[in-house]
Design a protein around this ligand. Sequence first.
Ligand code: NAD
Length: 366
Amino acid sequence: MSQAKASSNESQFEVFSKVARYDHEQILICQDNHTGLKAIIAIHNTVLGPGLGGTRMWNYANETEAINDALRLSRGMTYKASISGLNLGGAKAVIIGDPAKAKSEHLMRKFGRFVENLGGKYVTAEDVGTTTKDMEYIKMETNHVVGLPEIMGGGGDPSPVTAYGVYMGIKASAKKAWGNDNLGGKKIAVQGAGKVGLHLIELLHKDGAHITVSDIFESGLKIASDKYGANVVKPEEIFSQDVDIFSPCALGAILNEANINQLKCQIVAGAANNQLEDENIHGDMVKKKGILYAPDFLINAGGLINVYSEYNGYVREIAFAQTENIYNTVLNIYDKSDADNINTQIAAIQLAEKRIHDTMILQSKI
Ligand code: NAD
């Protein structure tokens, strides 16, 4: 066998073993010479319903990085939908390329055609690097797209609903930690004064909480301090604040060994995706420190609940009402974590997997 043939077989094997690892149902490679489209649609699990997940456009360093992102994010969507009680599966798409340079109407429309050809098994939405304008182009080729602007019958900006879900997660965590969910007088550190962070700060401020906030840009910080009296600290100082609650609303992987060691709070509950750098190691580390960690994929599900509401004709009040249920689910997870002596992230994953398993039995698939 020639060298070239051996290495092509090796890379093929690697893709299959990656897909097998998380048990994905289908991966679609979307390629088009005319528009330069290079995209991957990863459908993780559709037992509960069509796989819904945004389309991310990113200048990935290489194709392996793009495939890994699609596989990891689509699995996360399965858990998020399941734990939130939605009849949705998990999927995600990534387009390889610089969103500032490589986008065009026809690239998006060609991508929309690939989505259409999946016949509803995959439903797309906006994500990092894509905009509502891109969704409008995709919509020209397929109806399997949600998260459209309100004037097009969509749910509009999901951030207020996401922030409300995080607020519910914080209140449930307070109930577990202190026996009541009143946040008046509580000291809360919020990392990231962006779209979700600022909506959350508004809700916490209304309840009489004292806010400390960090960001790498001035604009959000100014609103947080001028409007809500927040105390501004440097980005690297946010972890060591003497607070009751830490709410990460900026980046993923911030719960790592170095940062966890600095935490003085009793609760971590925020919007950022994939907060635990390693869900086993750092989930356990947080638990051992006596900190209640509200799983991110559960408490930031308001945005997904918001787009799900578009299926039956969007009503904002219904999206908020459904998001409120995050409160009860967080309490269930804390109970399971105590009963089974496992960290809360694993408890949440187990509950999400159980709902999928029970649905398969109901459908007589096993
Ligand atoms: P955003 O971009 O509006 O806000 C993020 C903020 O974090 C920005 O202001 C940014 O400057 C700041 N930031 C970046 N690095 C930082 C650092 N090192 N220290 C402090 N601040 C830093 O994004 P968003 O929509 O508010 O989302 C926040 C997080 O929640 C993201 O992780 C996102 O993936 C997640 N999330 C958002 C939604 C939603 O509905 N918007 C839904 C689910 C999850």
